[in-house]
Design a protein around this ligand. Structure first.
Ligand code: ADP
Ligand code: MG
Length: 257
């Protein structure tokens, strides 16, 4: 049978990794003296590896992370208020499988967004769809869609991913309608998909963040039902690095966080 014919069949079966590397793969299978069963498994592995890689690349681009951050790049020694064991458990994404919420709370610069991105990347590796959005962008998009009569469509966009990461809730106060729109989103996602929220404000301050204590209570009621809360303490990692490199005198740091 000609190579062309095999390649045509592989194309039709969408086994493009096997097709593109056919000679190399067959040579290697021969070198390793694989029997037929082993050779078939070897070819399947090559195809799956490429399909996984594609899926992950695609998932990462859809997720719109603001930067690349991983657990490997996280310095746990610099952050004693976090239990590495608890982070490892969260990195298994069991909470995403269960549709639980996760709140990462703490002052600016302690690594909330870093961890949110690392967890989001992990979820994508494990096959979950993820979308990252700054809280202000989310609320502005919902408010605009509301005005344009397309709120349902927008809510659907933010409801679809298995994990929605809402970053930096509370850095800026929300506009009047925000609590109501946010509540609709959280209700839609409730017990369907996971929400990860990072915030510099404790949950007791969310009434002030939303400018509406009743709506904030209703939002929290759903978010906290099946939830994990990590409160990070300590100094800003950014300032700490600057301090170390001598860019800031220790006295200049007082009162900045
Ligand atoms: P937050 O979201 O809590 O304000 P970030 O996650 O944006 O803080 O962290 C600020 C910067 O410091 C980022 O570049 C982040 O990667 C880095 N950073 C923070 N904490 C750590 C840490 N423990 N180890 C390594 N880098 C860190
Ligand atoms: Mg942040």
């Amino acid at each position: 049978m000609s190579v062309e014919l095999i390649e045509q069949m592989l194309t039709r079966l969408k086994l493009t990794a096997i097709r593109d590397q056919l000679d190399n793969l067959l040579d290697e299978a021969g070198r390793k003296e694989l029997n037929l069963r082993e050779a078939l498994a070897f070819l399947c592995e090559a195809e799956i590896a490429r399909k996984d890689q594609r899926r992950i690349t695609m998932g990462l681009s859809i997720a719109k992370f603001p930067f690349v951050r991983t657990f490997d790049g996280f310095d746990f020694a610099a952050q004693p208020s976090l239990d590495p064991k608890q982070i490892r458990e969260l990195a298994t994404c069991r909470w995403v499988a269960n549709g639980d919420s996760l709140l990462l709370l703490g002052p600016p610069g302690v690594g909330k967004t870093h961890l949110a991105v690392a967890l989001g990347r992990e979820a994508i590796q494990l096959g979950y769809s993820v979308l990252f959005t700054p809280a202000t962008v989310l609320v502005a998009a919902l408010a605009q869609a509301h005005v344009e009569g397309r709120l349902d469509e927008r809510l659907l966009y933010y409801s679809k991913p298995k994990l929605l990461v809402i970053d930096e809730l509370g850095y800026l106060p929300f506009e009047a309608n925000a609590a109501h729109l946010f509540f609709q989103l959280i209700s839609r996602r409730y017990e369907r998909g996971s929400v990860l929220v990072t915030s510099n404000r404790s949950v007791s301050e969310w009434g002030a963040v939303f400018g509406d204590a009743v709506a904030a209570t209703a939002i929290l009621d759903r978010l906290l039902h099946h939830s994990h809360i990590l409160t990070i303490r300590g100094d800003s990692y950014r300032l700490r690095e600057k301090k170390r490199s001598g860019l800031l005198r220790p006295s200049a740091i007082e009162g900045t966080t």
